[in-house]
Design a protein around this ligand. Structure first.
Ligand code: NAI
Ligand code: MG
Length: 358
């Protein structure tokens, strides 16, 4: 029996609703599939923890998390706390502390769901966005001086290193090589940003030689946004910087039908540290506490986690269960045009896993 120890960090807002839903689904899946078990340990870190302790997570939080096989994360963000405090105090601390430098974001239109794109070809689109997750525009480099004075300045410096760009480029080429179309689009803004982005282009050309099976092309980020809307079927695997991929993947989620279905994994490919899986969305102030959050993005993230843990068959079963529910269309959450709450969607996916009709 393979045993996987998961650290569950729901965080804030609807994170506290969708992570328990995903654990319920994982438990049903392990029971149905056999061969593996999931032991989840719950951590109540986040904004409520901050109000009680003055920090988002304990000082030795990373040491506590290190022995786990994976982390399942919800979201952070609180209406009464600054977003940079909550994000840097918990989620980015884990991403950077555990060197989770590859952020993967698969996007496709699930069966039965409708993309806002008219004239989408019947095969829809099937993308994998690979986001550099350790440096770039979110390196945290910069500062402020003369606060509150008219001459106040703030700098936010992007950091691109040869080591950092090379490792994400290799990850992206390998990911593209493993997909049927073997097509990679390298997104930059190397016309206007003449230093870091030109380094990206140069390294892409170097790494491409290691992957002769992959067809690759360059695209500027603004043109890429337009292409994702106008010719979505022309895109397969995409690699981009921390900021560019952050923006493009929200667009991708929206084009697939809703941000509520979009999954992501923060991966340390060398497995020196646990990787962390989470929905793309945030804590959703407008709907938190109502029990109506769409849990599908977290379920899909749990499937990515299972794949990472070597449970490919269980991951495929979970995706199949999600697809059965979206295709039937009887139990869809509000953001997908239905009226089912989080518990009902969860029950429908559990029923699909167990081979019952909901
Ligand atoms: P958001 O993703 O929380 O919400 C954007 C919109 O999408 C809202 O209208 C929300 O109701 C809807 N939405 C998102 N997820 C949904 C779901 N599962 N089901 C149904 N509807 C859903 O982004 P927003 O409003 O920009 O940020 C709110 C807070 O979340 C902020 O504090 C922000 O910093 C934080 N945030 C945290 C992230 C993380 O922890 N990874 C990612 C993005 C935002
Ligand atoms: Mg984002």
């Amino acid at each position: 029996m393979r045993h996987h120890r998961i650290a569950a960090i729901p965080g804030d807002g609807i994170g506290k609703e969708v992570v328990p839903a995903a654990l319920e689904v994982l438990t049903a899946l392990a029971a149905r599939e056999g061969g593996f078990s999931i032991e989840a340990t719950h951590f109540d870190w986040g904004s409520d923890y901050y109000r009680a302790h003055g920090k988002m997570m304990p000082d030795d939080g990373l040491t506590t998390l290190k022995p786990f096989d994976s982390i399942l994360f919800g979201a952070v963000g609180d209406p009464n706390l600054p977003d940079d405090l909550t994000l840097w105090g918990l989620r980015l601390k884990i991403c950077q502390g555990f060197d989770q430098y590859a952020n993967i974001r698969p996007t496709r239109v699930l069966p039965g769901l409708q993309s806002p794109l008219r004239d989408l070809p019947p095969e829809g689109f099937d993308w994998l966005i690979v986001r550099e997750n350790s440096e770039g525009e979110y390196a945290g480099h910069g500062g402020r001086a003369h606060r509150g004075h008219p001459e106040e300045i703030a700098t936010e410096t992007s950091i691109f290193t040869r080591a950092g760009v090379t490792r994400i480029m290799r990850y992206a080429f390998a990911a593209a090589a493993a997909r049927p179309r073997k097509l990679l689009t390298v997104v930059t803004k190397s016309n206007a940003q003449r230093h870091g982005m030109v380094l990206w282009d140069e390294i892409a050309a170097d790494v491409a030689r290691e992957f002769p099976s992959v067809t690759w092309q360059k695209e500027l980020v603004d043109a890429m946004a337009a292409r994702m809307v106008r010719r979505p079927e022309s895109v397969d695997t995409v690699v981009a910087t921390n900021l560019h991929a952050d923006i493009l993947s929200d667009l991708a989620g929206a084009l697939a039908g809703s941000l509520g279905v979009a999954p992501t994994g923060n991966v340390n490919p060398e497995r020196a540290f646990p990787s962390m899986f989470e929905p793309i969305h945030g804590s959703a102030f407008d709907i938190m506490g109502k029990g109506i959050a769409n849990p599908i993005g977290t379920f899909w993230s749990a499937a990515l986690m299972l794949e990472h843990l070597g449970e490919a068959k269980a991951a495929a079963s979970l995706i199949a269960a999600i697809e059965k529910v979206t295709l039937e269309g009887r139990t869809l959450p509000a953001d997908l045009g239905g009226s089912a709450n989080t518990a009902a969607v969860t029950a429908a996916v559990v029923a699909a896993i167990e081979g019952r009709n909901a």
